[in-house]
Write a protein that binds this ligand. Structure first.
Ligand code: GAL
Length: 764
């Protein structure tokens, strides 16, 4: 059993030997970040120093017991002391490590201290050169203690595939002589299988049991329980096959297109230090809001809570060793190899993980290192393929899958142009720095952001031998001085830092089954050069949309009206805002009406000055045929192609699925707006540590549309059983922002005041 040790820590901004003598510091709970970071405009040196943590560990009845102390992550170099004695060091900020502290503990109080180095001058991955992300610092995941008496299961690797016996490789700790081991498979509380074995230190069990498959639509999980005397080891697992072949990716034997996003593990203000609920929430956003089927944990292994939620939801994961472009010296490379070992031994029972990344992201070829990382990966897990993310065409392929960051095209590149060998091919990044987009960028910019995603994914779907693609990236993130927009933010997300969606997220959300309808245009000409709106797209998963202008039905549109012919549910182009009205309302003969409609659409798109001569001549012909004066022509233009923002031109879009109306969107002039506030949860749990709720704040008009230019200040105040994370005075960015509240060790009601609105939370 795990005893969580997230409470009762003392934090010291500066490491000193007095910490080993029991000095008093600031009381903190884990996860903890060594520095609070502003939203933007700060220097990343603020979290780079050597700090310390300490805690009393009280032990009763130590006789015959083994004590294993696990740190799920310490950023970035940790030295652990027990009662003043250095017992372990660990050089990776993204993997867990376990220390057997048995020889150093005594009955009663023991002082655990951790020296934490979070400087980026460390000689270990990902450090040594520049990095396009911040690395923060601190004991930012859980710490727990396990007490063992006699032999125990130190590690078990479950290999479960369709129509094959389940193989479990078990490794025992404290091994003296053969022991009896009970293996059980459970489905919830129901025991499906139980058997007893006599095993040595390393055992392989083969269990013949037919189980349901794990898939993205039906992510069935089982539990394996191994019992040795009083020691119980449990792990979840799923039965599935995942294979990259030359012609694409296959899940459970069926071809499957991977549509994913890259995720960093950071949050505003607290860096990496967010508890379970926030880790799980990101997985839920990916699956249920962004509706992708895969995530790449760029550029390091991430929280087990996040990956566990991917297991539960059916979200495929590509995880990789820490690093960013730079390969260090021999000592550095030894650590990178050890990172492969830790990543695979710690994560291999997650069915969601389909590929190991064993190359430093975007590094140059280094065969001597990568031959070894691949060999280690294959030795520790012969069931999964390896990838290694590169941006160099035709680089050496030592991995099983050619994983490539395809930034240079607007639309997917053909596999054979990228890799010489006829290898499985997966795009691991695209867009990102090629088109940074802020939620407060203007409408034409944001539309182009949408179109770049649509073009790329259309190309990926068209290329049947491309396994899929991960976009860069899920949300904006704080970055180093060498990257981003000068304010330490990389605005590369399809969401902002608080996980508020930008328009581009609609390309992904349209792929889901939850009703989705949005547009990527504003109805106001003042946001467009020369007042020309240009192409208007609707993003939806409806079968059909009905478009009305000024209350008059214009026409039905379906996805056949999208210029993107391969991407499912691709953005629909509204290229006709007139319908039959030139004839029905204005008495123009159908043939002339068709010509005039075509011409007005061209003018609406490019403006009258830039309209081609043949368009102007066609209009002149219609004027002669219909005896239209110039005044009348302008009236028609204003009625059908201009006058945005007036009530008579309000646009209504109704979305239907299976004949039923599921959403309506109205784009018209705003008359009032409110701050729409949504908390990720109103019930917070004080369990193994504090809990956090994310609160999104969005200015919306009377039709529910975001008002992107509301940039006002908002006052926040927390009281009762919760406190704020971050400032109590914020300003909306692009009409959006957010905050976080955390529990503080007391139960009961907590209140968050947002200007004149109050949200009530319950802490249990
Ligand atoms: C890639 C890199 C990512 C990120 C991205 C921005 O080269 O792997 O970490 O920096 O560019 O587009």
């Amino acid at each position: 059993m795990k005893t969580y040790l997230n409470e009762g820590w003392q934090f010291f901004q500066n490491w000193s030997e007095q910490i080993l003598q029991g000095a008093k510091g600031e009381s903190v709970r884990l996860p903890h970040s060594v520095a609070t970071t502003p939203f933007n405009y700060y220097d990343e040196s603020i979290y780079q120093f050597v700090s310390g943590y300490s805690r009393i560990l009280h032990l009763d009845n130590t006789k015959g017991k083994t004590y294993l102390l696990t740190f799920d992550a310490v950023g970035h170099f940790a030295e652990v002391f027990v009662n003043g004695v250095s017992v372990a060091t660990h050089a990776c900020g993204y993997t867990a490590f376990t220390v057997d502290i048995t020889p150093n503990v005594t009955l009663g109080d023991n002082l655990i201290a951790v020296k934490v180095d979070s400087r980026d001058s460390l000689n270990q991955p990902p450090f040594g050169f520049v990095m396009d992300y911040q690395t923060y610092g601190g004991i930012y995941r859980d710490v727990y203690l396990e007490e063992k008496q006699g032999a125990y299961v130190a590690n078990a690797f479950v290999q479960a595939f369709p129509r094959k016996p389940i193989i479990v490789d078990v490794k025992l700790g404290n091994f003296v002589e053969n022991v009896t081991l009970k293996a059980e498979i459970l489905d919830g509380d129901e025991t499906l299988f139980s058997s007893v074995y006599t095993v040595g230190q390393n055992a392989q069990l083969s269990i013949d049991k037919s189980l349901s498959l794990w898939s993205v639509d039906s992510p069935k999980l089982y539990k394996l329980r191994l019992t040795v005397a009083s020691d119980v080891y449990e792990t979840t697992f799923g039965v599935r096959s995942a294979e990259f072949r030359r012609d694409g990716f296959y899940l459970n034997g069926e071809k499957f297109k991977i549509v994913g996003l890259n995720r960093h593990q950071c949050f505003p203000y607290v860096g990496y230090a967010m508890p379970e609920s926030m880790q799980r929430r990101d997985a839920r956003i990916l699956k249920n809001e962004l509706c992708v089927n895969a995530v790449r944990t760029s550029h390091y292994p991430q929280s087990h809570y996040f990956i566990d939620e991917c297991d539960r939801l059916g979200l495929l994961v590509f995880t990789e060793i820490p690093g960013w472009q730079h390969i260090g010296d021999a000592a550095w490379q030894e650590i990178a190899k050890n990172n492969v070992v830790e990543m695979i031994e710690q994560y291999r029972n997650h069915p969601s993980i389909i590929l190991w990344g064993v190359r430093i992201n975007e590094s140059m070829d280094c065969d001597s290192l990568y031959e070894q990382t691949n060999a280690i990966a294959h030795r520790l897990d012969s069931t999964r393929q390896t990838g290694g993310v590169r941006y160099i065409r035709h680089s050496h392929l030592l991995e099983d899958v050619y994983t490539f960051n395809d930034f240079n095209r607007n639309g997917a590149t053909k596999r054979k142009l990228i890799c010489k060998k006829d290898a499985p091919y997966l795009v691991t990044e695209y867009n990102g720095h090629m088109f940074p987009t802020k939620s407060f960028d203007d409408a034409p910019h944001q539309r182009e952001h949408v179109l770049r995603y649509a073009r790329m994914l259309d190309g990926v779907f068209a290329a049947s031998d491309t396994a899929g693609a991960f976009g860069w990236c899920m949300f904006d993130y704080n970055t180093h001085k060498d990257f981003g927009s000068g304010d330490r933010v990389c605005y590369h997300g399809v969401m902002d830092m608080f996980r508020n969606p930008k328009w581009a997220s609609g390309v992904f959300s349209s792929l889901g089954s939850n009703p989705y309808l949005d547009v990527c245009f504003l109805g106001d000409i003042g946001d467009y050069p020369e007042g020309v709106l240009g192409d208007m797209y609707v993003m939806t998963n409806a079968d059909v949309i009905k478009v009305y202008k000024g209350g008059v039905f214009i026409r039905d549109y379906t996805h056949a009206d999208s210029p993107f012919k391969h991407l499912p549910n691709a953005p629909i182009l509204l290229d006709d805002m007139i319908g039959e009205r030139l004839t029905t309302d204005d008495g123009i003969k159908p043939k002339n009406a068709r010509t005039l409609k075509r011409c007005l659409a061209i003018i609406a798109k490019c403006g009258i000055n830039a309209a081609p001569l043949r368009t102007k001549l066609a209009i002149a012909r219609v004027m002669v045929n219909e005896r239209l004066t110039l005044d009348r022509l302008f009236q028609l233009y204003n009625k059908y192609a201009g006058s945005w923002g007036s009530a008579a031109n309000e646009l209504r879009i109704e979305a239907f699925k299976d004949g039923k109306l599921f959403a309506t969107k109205i784009i018209g002039s705003m008359s009032s707006y409110i701050l729409y506030v949504k908390a990720s949860s109103l019930k917070l749990h004080e369990t193994n540590t504090y809990d956090v709720a994310a609160v999104n704040i969005v200015a919306i008009d009377q039709n529910g549309n975001v008002c992107p230019y509301v940039s006002r200040a908002v006052k926040l105040a927390a009281s009762g059983a919760i406190e704020l994370i971050g400032p109590d005075n914020i300003a909306l960015h692009g009409g959006r922002f957010g905050t976080y509240v955390k529990t503080k060790g007391v139960l009961g009601k907590g209140y968050l005041q947002i200007d004149d609105q109050t949200i009530e939370f319950e802490v249990v």
